[in-house]
Design a protein around this ligand. Structure first.
Ligand code: FAD
Length: 416
């Protein structure tokens, strides 16, 4: 059987894997993206994403930002806690940025990234790969997917095996009922975290919470204002989108399942009781979906030589601070810079991967600790802790340097 040779194989063409491929597209590297979803199968993921201003800048550099349609702006963020005083309001203007963030559906982001990838695929580019392993008489199988130049996007390709040998990773995948194998100097695992989870279990913490997400409309929406409300049950976020809000309502698993079953009238009543009056009456609710939430942190070391984990495969966080994709995008961007700067013999080496991990350590650890701390601190009704939280929100609201520090971290990460 022919075995294809690549410089980089990206396992998972989700938003993070696709962003990495785009960041490498102008190089001479031979790159493939293996994506389990079939070609032209639109993502049906119901979640909406809040993107930071820093992510907007990176997506613009990738040539994707201007192709995104229907993005809503966030100019103000209102943070409060239920049954207690203390609140903080962040405005873009006082932080000297045009917008604090943006809201868009996951499928819209995925489509834009995939569209940009597909537009770079050119069957006529036959330049030799920059570093790819010599074919050693094995020959190369014709394009398994779209494009046969230096970037291949292989759809309907579900990776089932990943191992490593002395100077490359070996990847086995299934496509159209057949088994295939390819070799890569560097395998990037961007599959959301399933492929290696059994062999190399991540550190896990179950918050005992699920996120119920849906779209709602209300009688007094506040333009471009996002709300984050902490309650003992878990945080609740309203992200401005179109004529209403994308709702992320976290609750213990069973309570969230019960909320799925409520009829619309009861759901809207309970939401009003839980959130309060800030946007008036809740009028309509769309289809509801639930996601179980937890913290997953893969070990700092690469699980095996010539392999690196990216995005949710490296860290899966609670959505309370809207950090998951924003951090994954920074992972992708900084890995791409390390790959582009590597000398041919360094690609996929332990030295290169150690330098990448070291560069990402502070941003990753700070983001995980911040998100985890928020969930633990705000998801209880202990009176003393409640007073401390109120004091923290007041400090955030009143002290400009605290506000700027927190907002900068949220927008650009710790390396920004
Ligand atoms: C309710 C909720 C709300 C969120 N809100 C926000 C937010 O506001 N802001 C934010 O920044 N983040 C948010 N997140 C987190 C964000 O969704 C993730 O961080 C982001 O989707 C991670 O992208 P990824 O590409 O790493 O993984 P994924 O999105 O999981 O994509 C993985 C890709 O790999 C493919 N794949 C999987 N297995 C294989 C395989 N074996 N072979 C080949 N392909 C494979 C999948 O088909 C998929 O396309 C939220 C998450 C949740 C659950």
């Amino acid at each position: 059987m022919n075995t294809q040779q690549y410089d980089i194989a990206i396992i998972g063409g989700g938003p993070v894997g696709a962003a990495l491929a785009l960041a490498l597209r102008a190089s001479e590297l031979k790159v493939c993206v293996l994506e389990a979803r079939p070609a032209n199968a639109a993502s049906s993921d119901a979640r909406a994403l809040a993107l930071s201003y820093g992510s907007r800048l990176l997506l613009a550099r990738l040539g994707v930002w201007d192709t995104l349609h229907g993005v809503s702006d966030i100019r103000t963020i209102h943070i409060s806690q239920k049954q207690s005083f203390g609140r903080a309001v962040l405005h873009a203007a006082e932080l000297n940025v045009p917008k604090l963030g943006y809201v868009l559906p996951y499928p819209a982001l995925q489509d834009a990234l995939t569209g940009a990838l597909q537009s770079t695929l050119s069957p006529s580019r036959l330049r030799p790969p920059r570093y790819a392993l010599p074919a050693s008489g094995r020959g190369e199988r014709d394009s398994a997917g779209e494009g046969s130049g230096k970037l291949q996007y292989i759809t309907g390709a579900s990776v089932t095996q990943l191992t490593s040998e002395a100077d490359h990773a070996v990847i086995g995948y299934q496509q159209d009922g057949s088994e295939h194998t390819l070799h890569a100097r560097l395998a990037v695992v961007a599959d959301g975290g399933k492929l290696l989870a059994q062999r190399y279990p991540p550190e896990m913490h179950d918050y005992g919470q699920s996120a119920l997400i849906t779209h709602i409309t209300c009688s007094a929406p506040q333009a471009n204002t996002a709300f984050e409300r902490f309650t003992p049950q878990g945080p609740l976020a309203l992200l401005p989108f179109k004529e209403g809000y994308e709702l992320v309502w976290t609750a213990p698993h069973q309570a969230a399942q019960d909320m799925l079953a409520w009829d619309d009238a009861k759901f809207l009543r309970e939401l009003h009781q839980h959130f309060g009056d800030r946007v008036g009456e809740f009028l309509t609710v769309a289809k509801r979906t639930c996601f179980p939430l937890g913290l997953k942190r893969a070990p700092q070391q690469s699980p095996m030589p010539h392999t690196v984990l990216l995005g949710n495969a490296a860290q899966t966080m609670h959505p309370v601070a809207g950090q998951g994709f924003n951090m994954g995008l920074r992972d992708a961007w900084e890995l791409a810079q390390k790959i582009l700067d590597a000398k041919p013999e360094e690609l996929g080496s332990e030295a290169m991967l150690a330098a990448y991990r070291s560069q990402r350590r502070t941003d990753r650890e700070t983001g995980i600790r911040f998100t985890d701390g928020l969930v633990r601190l705000f998801s209880n009704d202990l009176p003393l802790v409640g007073a401390g939280r109120a004091a923290a929100l007041t400090a955030l609201d009143c002290l400009p340097f605290v506000k700027k520090f927190v907002a900068k971290r949220m927008m650009f990460g710790a390396n920004g």
